[in-house]
Design a protein around this ligand. Structure first.
Ligand SMILES: NC(=O)C1=CN([C@@H]2O[C@H](COP(=O)(O)OP(=O)(O)OC[C@H]3O[C@@H](n4cnc5c(N)ncnc54)[C@H](O)[C@@H]3O)[C@@H](O)[C@H]2O)C=CC1
Ligand SMILES: O=C(O)[C@@H]1CCC=N1
Length: 269
């Protein structure tokens, strides 16, 4: 039975823990969590998920098969300095931290098997869209374990390490863009007199239905859009407003900025 230690017990660690436990990929006895100083947070994780709190860092890290790094990028150097002396040379590392390179982790924790991934918060319900890259030290068995772990919280794509910046911009941050659109749709619907509850349900189903159409029909997004758009109809009128607001340009700029920020986080750390 593999032992997994989470370094960082924030929202992303929780999303991954909730997802892997929900899917039965690992059991709570395999999971240990530690953070910087927030004992209340660790107690919450213990009570909610049945995972163990790391009381003795030395013991927990020495026995770990996999250490999952889940701090903010700015905290990773301190975290690595705290844990590196306790980790066995063979212990593998999986990072979920935006921007931080495998090389930076090697510098902090020594040459060892290292995977760098980018999940998203939909991991909580087994619907993450994750990317992952590795160094050459990751064994076939460890790759299988990590891929199984990531697959248990959603879909996972193996990519080149450099592409993880784009993955971060697209699907790491992506849920926030969709929630932002949902906020805007809801506000607009309420301006038009719909109740919040009715608007919310219609929006959720519309997003879910459109996503399922993309998945199940395999048609291009533009074709599906055209199928909705009757000449001279309502959709055309609505889309004209989006074009006038330079919607596509705004989305492209959004990905551009997020990708650039991911690279910057790597440089700043
Ligand atoms: N929130 C999201 O949607 C996603 C976040 N990520 C990445 O996950 C990472 C964590 O993000 P969140 O969970 O949102 O942050 P958070 O702030 O909720 O959690 C960070 C955790 O790290 C702990 N920590 C800080 N310094 C530490 C140290 N020296 N030793 C041990 N623990 C330490 C904190 O106590 C806290 O529990 C970030 O690097 C982010 O880039 C990745 C994908 C999606
Ligand atoms: O905003 C962030 O930096 C993190 C990485 C991807 C999603 N949240």
């Amino acid at each position: 039975m593999k032992t997994i230690v989470f370094v960082g017990a924030g929202s992303m660690a929780e999303a991954v823990i909730a997802g892997v436990l929900e899917q039965g990929a690992v059991n709570p006895q395999q999971i240990f969590v530690m953070n910087k100083s927030d004992d209340e947070r660790l107690a919450f994780m213990k009570n909610k998920y049945g995972v163990s709190i790391v009381c003795n860092e030395k013991e927990a890290l020495k026995r770990a098969d996999l250490v999952i790094l889940a701090t903010k990028p700015k905290d990773i150097h301190h975290a690595m300095a705290d844990i590196s002396c306790y980790m066995a040379d063979t212990t593998a590392v999986l990072s979920v931290i935006a921007g931080i390179s495998i090389q930076t982790i090697e510098n902090g924790l020594g040459a060892r098997p290292i995977a760098r991934s980018m999940p998203n918060t939909s991991a909580t319900i087994g619907k993450s869209a994750s990317g992952v890259a590795w160094n050459e030290a990751v064994s076939v068995d460890m790759k299988t374990l990590i891929l199984d772990l990531l697959a248990s919280i959603g879909i996972v794509k193996e990519v080149e390490e450099d592409e993880l910046h784009a993955v971060t911009a697209l699907s790491g941050s992506g849920p926030a863009y969709v929630y932002y659109m949902a906020e805007a749709l809801e506000e607009a619907a309420m301006d038009k007199g719909l109740s919040k509850g009715v608007a919310r349900e219609l929006i959720i189903q519309t997003i879910e239905g459109a996503a399922a159409m993309l998945k199940q029909t395999g048609l291009e997004p533009a074709e599906l859009r055209n199928n909705v758009t009757s000449p001279g109809g309502t959709t055309e009128a609505g889309l004209q407003a989006l074009e006038k607001g330079r919607f596509k340009e705004a989305i492209k700029q959004c990905i551009e900025m997020a990708e650039a920020r991911s690279r910057e986080l790597g440089r700043l750390s």
